[in-house]
Design a protein around this ligand. Sequence first.
Ligand code: GL4
Length: 800
Amino acid sequence: MKDISAQRPGKEAFRADILRHLTYTLGKDAGHASDYDWRMALSFAIRDRIVGPWFASTRRTWAENRKRVYYLSMEFLIGRILEDAAINLGLRDLAAEVLADLGQDFATLAGEEPDAALGNGGLGRLAACYMESMATVGCPSYGYGIRYEHGLFRQRFEGGQQVETAEDWLKTRNPWEFERPESAYTIGFKGEVAEKDGRALWTPDETVIASAYDTPVVGWQGRWANTLRLWSAKPTQAFDLERFNRGDYAAAAEPETLARTISRVLYPEDTTYQGKELRLKQEFFLTSAAIQDILRRYLETHTDLTALPTHVAIQMNDTHPALAGPELIRLLTDAHGIGFEEAFDIAQACLGYTNHTLLPEALERWSTWLVGNILPRHMQIIERIDSLHRRRFPNRPHYVGIVKHHEVRMGELAFISAHRVNGVSALHTELVKERLFPELNKLHPGRIVNETNGVTPRRWLRMANPALSGLITETIGEGWEDHLDRLTGLEPHVEDKGFRDAFAGAKRANKVATANWIARTTGISVSPDALFDVQVKRLHEYKRQLLNILQTVAQWHFIRENPNLPHVPRVKIFGGKAAPGYVVAKEIIHLINDVAAVINNDPRTGDLLKVVYPANYNVSMAEHLIPAADLSEQISTAGKEASGTGNMKLSLNGALTIGTLDGANVEIREKVGAENFFLFGLTADEVEERRKDVEHARHAILANQPLQDVLQMIAEGRFSPGQRDRYHGIVDRMWHHDYFLVASDFGAYHAEQGEVDRSYREADDWTRKAALNTARMGFFSSDRAIRGYMEDIWGVDSAL
Ligand code: GL4
């Protein structure tokens, strides 16, 4: 391991770098520079320091002819880059010092960087954590994605309702990327397939150019750096000057507008599938550009395409890039003359597929008509893959193919095209085997493996929580950031009262900062002595924010009815966006805000209960809230949350979890210990069983008086006095439908929240439990997850 302090610039040199960029890159005199100018100059000075490790890593990979990993993802939810890069390079404190001398504040400048929000939620954030971990562990790799002009929409609340506006992170200069105009590929759509000299010849009648922008991703201590290559769509046709000169300006700009549409916006759906033509085009755009780039790079130093799997591993992040199989086969056969079966086997040996969801509404299916129209050659190849596979496994009565009922099933396509398929938590992987692909699993035993998700400790502990990180380093020394298992070294100290007080002190400091932040952003004042109860994630019925807000109402009612009992003060913190078209999720947001307005203004409950829902939850807000949380809400209907990753971040930062046996909660509870986790609710099997009672909801409500009272208050319009029937839909669905079993789990959840209160009163014991959570979460580092992928799926060694 190289010591990076040797490469770290001195104060003078770094100051000179910043001033040089201010002068020559920004063209500004220090006396007249704005925060924006300073942020840019600082970013460029830091970026300069990434270039060295980046070149060195790339050169080594070429020189040693190393196998590379290609991570294809429609989403990379990166967040801000400046501070993360500074920390990985060991420059954070030096930068702050130098800036202070220049009269600038590091945190202010870093806080002005827009989030790169090229993703919706967990799936996209996982891809970002994995990029950082691949760089940290020295796995030579490229991320491939789309350079959306508009990332995930901004959320505002108007009268408690979600309103979306366009996000525009590229409005100001993006200092982290390098434009690569020479790396450009033609992407075709539609057209005809003919035969020429025994090979298929596809002549598309629409084309766009995929043009590359590279962002270096530097790992911990700058030992290795990889590339995130994002594609931007550009027109193939030159600007139509003749039309322009005739005065037809709109028509002259048309080809440009059409082409650009492809990389214009990120689809805002999380865990739902949108059967839109533009979305299919985006998926093919990313996939084709990536596969063309991979083959171009390979052929620079190799000639034998049959050896491709020795040098190339391609990971499909969910089914969105599942056209990678057909596209690779197309190029191997139509462009390079390899036979179909051999091409299929080559592609399969390169490809891996990660499944991130079991929700049927999220599993992509495209009509054969649409695929045939937009990608006629790929439709032929998909049908050939299907019949090849059928031929290899004859006499299967329950055979589930790729093409069924005039639809292409992307899950089956990805499964059959890949040599490994993985789930993202132990429970999820079992359910992928049993419920999602039972027949394919029988045909291909051993193909499905588990790689439990992880999160990067650099961003989610070291950067987001300097107070706790400082304490950890003081207690167990340096080096835990890339050896997170070493956190177990904290365990003996947990028995030391002095350590517990310091741990509690760090949490308290974070809560004070967050209380101030809440006051600034929402105008609501909360006490840092209250229990901070946090549910931050996308709004979705299966995640059951509804269960949380109903229980909040029950607790409010209970406090009002029992004013003389000693209640534990709580702040209920919500954060999250609903897909713009997801009506029920938006109703739940409205309800949370309406309930908040009533509770927060009730003098009878006062500081005993507050509900805050800051708008526009994103990566940066997560970095504020997570270190301040006491309680982590992971309350999805069992069997629905594939893994969760927020659950890991919160527990790592010393929050206790209240949760169901779902996704990675199961493993978190195993690791941190059942006595340090608040468990409630039906298991995945019990959920299935329970649904067989068609009246489960009514039965559960009738058996629970507090829940009945809550539904009654909501139905009467207690929280919507201006429109008393506003929530009749929600209440009605609770009684008669309740697919996600909110009513069936309410009693156990409500009771367990009582346990939480009792535990929180024992402050010192609570701190012991919180510290044990931190100490035992080392397993959930994304470094561990990436090493698992390298070994089980990619067959790649670390270059370090
Ligand atoms: C998700 C899952 O819903 C989530 O549980 C998981 O943690 C994440 C990463 O594996 O993937 N699947 C989809 S789709 N969106 C997600 O966030």
